[in-house]
Unconditional design. Structure first.
Ligand SMILES: [Cu+2]
Length: 149
Protein backbone atom coordinates (compact mmCIF):
# COMPACT_ATOMS: atom_id res chain seq x y z
CA UNK A 1 0.00 0.00 0.00
CA UNK A 2 2.57 2.54 1.11
CA UNK A 3 4.76 1.78 -1.86
CA UNK A 4 2.04 2.91 -4.22
CA UNK A 5 1.64 6.20 -2.42
CA UNK A 6 5.38 6.90 -2.47
CA UNK A 7 5.60 6.09 -6.17
CA UNK A 8 2.89 8.64 -6.90
CA UNK A 9 4.15 11.35 -4.61
CA UNK A 10 7.81 11.31 -5.65
CA UNK A 11 7.35 12.30 -9.31
CA UNK A 12 5.03 15.12 -8.24
CA UNK A 13 7.67 16.42 -5.86
CA UNK A 14 10.28 16.40 -8.63
CA UNK A 15 7.99 18.26 -11.01
CA UNK A 16 7.20 20.81 -8.32
CA UNK A 17 10.88 21.44 -7.61
CA UNK A 18 11.84 21.78 -11.24
CA UNK A 19 8.95 24.04 -12.14
CA UNK A 20 10.58 27.29 -11.13
CA UNK A 21 12.69 28.02 -14.16
CA UNK A 22 11.85 28.21 -17.84
CA UNK A 23 15.10 26.98 -19.39
CA UNK A 24 16.23 24.62 -16.70
CA UNK A 25 19.51 23.07 -17.79
CA UNK A 26 20.91 22.75 -14.30
CA UNK A 27 20.24 19.01 -14.24
CA UNK A 28 22.30 18.34 -17.35
CA UNK A 29 25.75 16.89 -16.76
CA UNK A 30 28.15 19.70 -17.54
CA UNK A 31 31.36 17.77 -17.24
CA UNK A 32 30.72 14.24 -18.31
CA UNK A 33 33.82 12.11 -17.86
CA UNK A 34 35.68 11.48 -21.08
CA UNK A 35 34.26 8.28 -22.49
CA UNK A 36 36.37 5.18 -22.30
CA UNK A 37 37.07 3.38 -25.53
CA UNK A 38 38.36 0.12 -26.90
CA UNK A 39 39.89 -0.18 -30.35
CA UNK A 40 40.27 -3.28 -32.48
CA UNK A 41 43.74 -2.52 -33.86
CA UNK A 42 43.78 -5.64 -35.99
CA UNK A 43 42.07 -6.98 -37.99
CA UNK A 44 41.33 -3.82 -39.95
CA UNK A 45 37.72 -2.92 -40.57
CA UNK A 46 36.79 -4.10 -44.06
CA UNK A 47 39.94 -6.14 -44.33
CA UNK A 48 40.45 -9.52 -45.91
CA UNK A 49 42.34 -12.28 -44.15
CA UNK A 50 43.86 -15.23 -45.92
CA UNK A 51 43.98 -18.49 -44.02
CA UNK A 52 42.04 -19.91 -41.11
CA UNK A 53 43.10 -17.68 -38.24
CA UNK A 54 41.97 -14.28 -37.08
CA UNK A 55 44.62 -12.49 -35.03
CA UNK A 56 43.00 -9.87 -32.85
CA UNK A 57 44.90 -7.04 -31.17
CA UNK A 58 43.13 -4.57 -28.92
CA UNK A 59 43.89 -1.34 -27.15
CA UNK A 60 41.76 0.43 -24.59
CA UNK A 61 41.73 3.50 -22.41
CA UNK A 62 40.39 1.26 -19.64
CA UNK A 63 42.94 -0.29 -17.30
CA UNK A 64 42.87 -3.97 -18.18
CA UNK A 65 43.16 -6.35 -15.23
CA UNK A 66 42.63 -10.10 -14.87
CA UNK A 67 39.09 -11.41 -14.48
CA UNK A 68 38.06 -11.40 -10.86
CA UNK A 69 39.69 -8.06 -10.06
CA UNK A 70 36.82 -5.81 -9.06
CA UNK A 71 38.69 -2.50 -9.07
CA UNK A 72 36.18 0.18 -10.04
CA UNK A 73 36.42 1.33 -13.64
CA UNK A 74 38.70 -1.49 -14.79
CA UNK A 75 37.94 -4.63 -16.75
CA UNK A 76 39.10 -7.20 -19.26
CA UNK A 77 38.53 -7.74 -22.95
CA UNK A 78 35.79 -9.87 -24.51
CA UNK A 79 35.35 -10.77 -28.16
CA UNK A 80 32.17 -11.62 -30.05
CA UNK A 81 32.80 -13.27 -33.41
CA UNK A 82 29.61 -13.38 -35.46
CA UNK A 83 27.63 -13.22 -32.24
CA UNK A 84 25.17 -10.57 -31.11
CA UNK A 85 26.00 -8.50 -28.07
CA UNK A 86 24.47 -9.94 -24.93
CA UNK A 87 22.59 -8.09 -22.20
CA UNK A 88 24.16 -4.97 -20.71
CA UNK A 89 23.40 -5.99 -17.13
CA UNK A 90 24.45 -9.64 -17.25
CA UNK A 91 27.83 -11.35 -17.35
CA UNK A 92 29.18 -12.03 -20.83
CA UNK A 93 28.64 -15.73 -21.55
CA UNK A 94 31.31 -18.04 -22.91
CA UNK A 95 30.67 -19.63 -26.30
CA UNK A 96 33.73 -21.48 -27.63
CA UNK A 97 34.96 -19.96 -30.88
CA UNK A 98 32.34 -17.24 -30.72
CA UNK A 99 32.26 -15.37 -27.40
CA UNK A 100 35.63 -15.24 -25.71
CA UNK A 101 36.87 -13.87 -22.38
CA UNK A 102 40.43 -12.61 -22.28
CA UNK A 103 40.44 -13.09 -18.52
CA UNK A 104 44.23 -13.17 -18.28
CA UNK A 105 44.24 -9.42 -19.03
CA UNK A 106 45.78 -10.01 -22.43
CA UNK A 107 45.09 -7.70 -25.33
CA UNK A 108 45.59 -10.18 -28.13
CA UNK A 109 43.77 -13.34 -29.09
CA UNK A 110 43.76 -15.70 -32.06
CA UNK A 111 40.67 -17.43 -33.36
CA UNK A 112 41.75 -20.77 -34.84
CA UNK A 113 40.12 -22.98 -37.48
CA UNK A 114 38.04 -20.14 -38.85
CA UNK A 115 35.94 -21.01 -41.89
CA UNK A 116 36.03 -18.75 -44.95
CA UNK A 117 33.27 -16.15 -44.87
CA UNK A 118 32.12 -12.77 -43.69
CA UNK A 119 32.67 -11.93 -40.03
CA UNK A 120 31.65 -9.28 -37.59
CA UNK A 121 34.03 -8.93 -34.67
CA UNK A 122 32.97 -6.99 -31.59
CA UNK A 123 35.24 -6.12 -28.67
CA UNK A 124 33.68 -5.30 -25.30
CA UNK A 125 35.34 -4.37 -22.03
CA UNK A 126 33.54 -5.89 -19.06
CA UNK A 127 34.30 -5.75 -15.36
CA UNK A 128 35.84 -8.34 -13.06
CA UNK A 129 32.62 -10.33 -12.93
CA UNK A 130 32.22 -10.03 -16.73
CA UNK A 131 29.40 -7.48 -16.78
CA UNK A 132 29.94 -4.94 -19.59
CA UNK A 133 31.11 -1.52 -18.45
CA UNK A 134 28.44 1.16 -18.79
CA UNK A 135 28.38 3.17 -20.87
CA UNK A 136 29.43 0.46 -23.27
CA UNK A 137 33.13 0.29 -24.14
CA UNK A 138 32.83 -1.40 -27.49
CA UNK A 139 34.31 -1.51 -30.99
CA UNK A 140 33.23 -3.40 -34.10
CA UNK A 141 34.96 -4.39 -37.32
CA UNK A 142 33.81 -6.35 -40.34
CA UNK A 143 36.19 -8.64 -42.15
CA UNK A 144 36.31 -11.36 -44.73
CA UNK A 145 38.22 -14.61 -44.34
CA UNK A 146 39.28 -16.40 -47.51
CA UNK A 147 40.94 -19.78 -47.61
CA UNK A 148 44.64 -19.30 -48.18
CA UNK A 149 47.60 -21.44 -49.15
CU1 LIG B 1 35.02 -11.94 -18.77
Amino acid sequence: MNKTIIAVVLPLAIVACGGGSDADTSDMPMDEPAGNSVTIVTPMNGGQISGNQINVNLSSTVTILPAGDLTEGTGHHHLYLNADLTAADAPVPTVPGSIVHMGDASSSYTFEDVEPGEYTLIAVVADGIHVPLQPWVVDTVMLTVVSGN
